[in-house]
Design a protein around this ligand. Sequence first.
Ligand SMILES: Cc1cc2nc3c(=O)[nH]c(=O)nc-3n(C[C@H](O)[C@H](O)[C@H](O)COP(=O)(O)OP(=O)(O)OC[C@H]3O[C@@H](n4cnc5c(N)ncnc54)[C@H](O)[C@@H]3O)c2cc1C
Ligand code: FES
Length: 240
Amino acid sequence: MTLENKNHIGIVISNEKVANETYKLEFLSGDIKNINPGQFVSILCPNLTLRRPFSVANFNCQKKEITVYYRKKGQGTEYLTTLKKDDEIIFSGPFGNGFNIENDKNSLLVGAGIGVAPLFFLKKKIEKSIFIAGFKSEDEVFNKYDYIKIGGSIVDDVERIIWENNIQKVYSCGPKIVLEKVYEICKKLKISNEIAFEKVMACGIGVCKGCTINIKDGKIIRNVTVCKDGPVFKGESIIW
Ligand SMILES: Cc1cc2nc3c(=O)[nH]c(=O)nc-3n(C[C@H](O)[C@H](O)[C@H](O)COP(=O)(O)OP(=O)(O)OC[C@H]3O[C@@H](n4cnc5c(N)ncnc54)[C@H](O)[C@@H]3O)c2cc1C
Ligand code: FES
């Protein structure tokens, strides 16, 4: 068993509601040495067989602390809301490839809804970046951004912001419809882009093949798993 596949026991530091149905969970990360932005951890919810994946929104290597933001959906995230300071949390990871950070480029980070979560961590590691986010309503907003769109689509602002700020690379995470539109803008403007893709997962470690998608690798179509080969892909490699 590799270190990544093994169970880690974390201790909850805090678990607080930060917006409508949205929570920030911080816990001690045990023996994990490194996490890259875009990677995720899988949290065991005692009432469920399958672990639930959550993007790492921050990893403090010195303090050994992991932060995730989660939106309450079903039984797993409902369980997470019950966690209190000093409770144990069993998780595995970090999993996935993470973003390929290019610090020499002016970057734009585009998040929508809970999809902003991995971008907080990315923002910390990237030197020249603008972080923009879209939320359905005011009560869903949490944390700070360089620009926020509430109601309409954040996608409508992406092209203007790219032009105004001489953006050379775009990183995005959120619902598929947002990712696809961001990709189309980047394709039109010939800008490098990476997207963090989500797929409902079972094993989370590349074994069950439940999260398989087809991607383009030049002219070749390849079958890859989102959990192990992703979740971050170049926009142009996705078969939308
Ligand atoms: C790589 C990755 C990173 C993620 N990061 C975050 C994060 O940072 N914060 C966050 O709140 N959520 C994140 N998710 C989604 C999160 O894993 C699901 O919301 C969670 O598993 C739902 O569990 P549940 O038991 O509460 O709900 P369930 O009862 O399992 O499902 C409730 C609803 O959520 C949908 N759902 C279940 N799993 C997923 C999934 N993987 N993606 C999208 N919808 C799903 C189901 O179709 C159903 O409609 C991520 C998913 C992936 C694959
Ligand atoms: S969830 Fe099993 S291979 Fe990805």
